[in-house]
Design a protein around this ligand. Structure first.
Ligand SMILES: [Zn+2]
Length: 103
């Protein structure tokens, strides 16, 4: 493969160009502050059990999970917003790290 930035030939397993430092685009770009929580699991939990706040418990956000459980996911609206945030990769775990799709 070749660097998309400067055109220099790269090793197939290179994750960045040694000549110009540009990242290669052989895989998804994972932010440095990505959560170790699984994105797809969070997404499915929110989709099926979002009204019970289960995805918040999974992300370690126990207090929010309890509130969502009591309010049934803010009457579904809160769960829907969380679902959209998860799909967009903007949903964070208890440590403030983004839960992103690493596949
Ligand atoms: Zn380069």
């Amino acid at each position: 493969m070749y660097c998309s930035n400067c055109g220099k030939e790269l090793a197939d397993n290179a994750f960045m160009c040694p000549a110009c430092g540009a990242p290669t685009h052989c895989g998804p770009v994972i932010p440095a502050n990505a959560s170790d929580k699984d994105w797809l699991t969070t997404l499915l939990l929110c989709f099926f059990l979002g009204g019970l706040g289960i995805h918040s418990f999974y992300a370690g956000k126990t207090v929010i999970g309890v509130i969502q459980l009591i309010t049934l996911g803010g009457c579904g609206i809160w769960a829907l917003i969380d679902f959209i945030m998860i799909v967009c990769g903007n949903y964070k775990d208890a440590e403030g790290r983004l839960i992103v799709n690493k596949r």
